[in-house]
Design a binder for this molecule. Structure first.
Ligand code: GUN
Ligand code: ZN
Length: 442
């Protein structure tokens, strides 16, 4: 003990990279870079970030210093949209959204009524997040209550900050996955009481998407949120043109797909909508004004042939945006791979997604989307010491290409273009090493 009642300081040395808030989510967020830096951690939280030549001489004698020199230390990645129950169906061939749901997703999710199966997949899933440097995720479980217990238990075992919820789905789905307005209310209340605010866990009210909920069930979603302030909301919107047409038939009174959620007051702070591809200008402005966020799911949108999200227009209206891998429609758990594809999607729209903005979106942008930026997202004092150590020489090609690359933005761009889980040397949760690439390969 270095001070009575508090645990020892731990110092992590390396190149520190984080971002400060861009209140309007426009342009490049301000990047803070300390080439030879130290992150000081006490009791799982950041105590200070600073230059090594200033911080190290002032440390109490005996302070342990973990040396990550030659590597970049960034806030852990925040994946704002992913389905843990779809881990075993990643890379399913040949379909676009609606047939993909019918043929692959619903049969796969059926198995999550079995708690043993759910627990096994949940544990693998959390390990996979950590292997990829993801320290927080917003997660869809399935319609089964036990599937939610399984993912929260697995996250709690690693002290992960995780947002998750039970899928609500009372029509247009197989009987074996169908709940009802009444049962989804009861299950929602029970799960919120059991899990929301327990440690680092948060509950999200989770109607799958408008086509699989009756209006009565969307009203239940609203009620759960209103009766439990501080809970989250997640769903899908405007992903695929056939889906958009179907929503117009199912809700003939609606002005747009997004308007369906708006009618039930589901556009609000702490609400995250995956995809947001086929929106019009009015939708975009409404989404931004509501305080809800969009999750940009590039690999999924390409894999299912859904369309191209427009990160520039989202930024122009001041929309909160985070990055989502959307496994299992997404094809990688890696936020680096996902940033690579996000850059290409922006290119297809004639825009540049700068590396600084990309890494901002994957860290603080995600935290702001979830309204968790008071506790995660960068290295401000008091935040959880959730961080990822990236190795710029992780592969022969990265090492070779990096050799002639000095500027931070260029190095980050190569990491997102060429990097994947191999570039994640270590992942820390609350200052505890939860993944160590070296230990695995040793
Ligand atoms: N829309 C409704 N459900 C899903 C899902 O599981 N994945 C994706 N990508 N879109 C959806
Ligand atoms: Zn999804």
């Amino acid at each position: 003990m270095t001070r009575s009642g508090s645990s020892p300081l731990h110092a992590y040395r390396g190149a520190l990279v984080d971002f400060v808030a861009d209140p309007h989510d426009q342009g490049d967020a301000a990047c803070r870079f300390i080439d030879d830096g130290v992150l000081l951690v006490r009791d799982g939280r950041v105590e200070r970030r600073g230059r090594a030549d200033e911080v190290l001489p002032a440390l109490p004698p005996g302070t342990e210093v973990t040396d990550h020199r030659g590597k970049l230390i960034l806030p852990g990645f925040i994946d704002t949209h992913i389905h843990y129950a779809q881990t075993d169906m990643i890379g399913s061939y040949g379909e676009q959204l609606l047939a993909w749901l019918e043929n692959y997703t619903f049969p796969t999710e059926r198995a999550f009524d079995d708690p043993v199966h759910a627990r096994e997949v949940a544990r693998f899933f959390i390990k996979e997040l950590l292997r990829n440097g993801t320290t927080t995720a917003m997660v869809f479980a399935t319609v089964h209550r036990v599937s939610v217990d399984a993912i929260f238990e697995a996250a709690a075992a690693e002290n992960l900050c995780l947002v998750a919820g039970k899928v609500m789905m009372d029509r247009n789905c197989p009987d074996f996955l169908r709940d009802s307005p009444a049962s989804s209310y009861e299950d929602g209340v029970a799960l919120i009481e059991q899990w929301h605010g327990k440690g680092r866990l948060h509950y999200a009210v989770t109607p799958r998407f408008a086509p699989t909920s009756t209006e009565e069930q969307l009203r239940v979603a609203q009620r759960l949120l209103d009766e439990h302030p501080g809970t989250f909301f997640q769903s899908h919107v405007a992903e695929n043109p056939q889906e958009v047409g179907w929503v117009a038939e199912l809700f003939p009174w609606s002005r747009s797909y997004l308007d369906v959620y708006d009618r039930f007051a589901l556009l609000r702070e702490r609400a995250v909508f995956a995809h947001c591809i086929h929106l019009d200008e009015r939708d975009r402005e409404r989404l931004a004004a509501s305080g809800a966020a969009a999750s940009f799911c590039a690999t999924s949108n390409l894999f299912l042939g859904s369309g191209l999200f427009d990160p520039q227009r989202a930024a122009d209206v001041g929309m909160r945006v985070g990055i989502g891998t959307d496994v299992g429609a997404g094809t990688s758990f890696s936020m680096l791979r996902t940033l690579d594809e996000s850059y290409k999607v922006a290119q297809m729209g004639g825009h540049r997604l700068s590396p600084l903005r990309a890494f901002y979106l994957a860290t603080l942008g995600g935290a702001r989307s979830l309204y968790l930026d008071d506790s995660i997202g960068n290295f401000d004092p008091g935040k959880y010491a959730d961080f990822v150590v990236l190795d710029p020489a992780a592969t022969p090609l990265l090492e070779r290409r990096m050799a002639h690359t000095e500027a931070l933005a260029d190095r980050l761009f190569l990491l997102m273009t060429l990097g994947d889980d191999r570039a994640v040397a270590a992942t820390y949760i609350g200052g505890r090493r939860a993944h160590d690439r070296g230990a695995l390969s040793a």
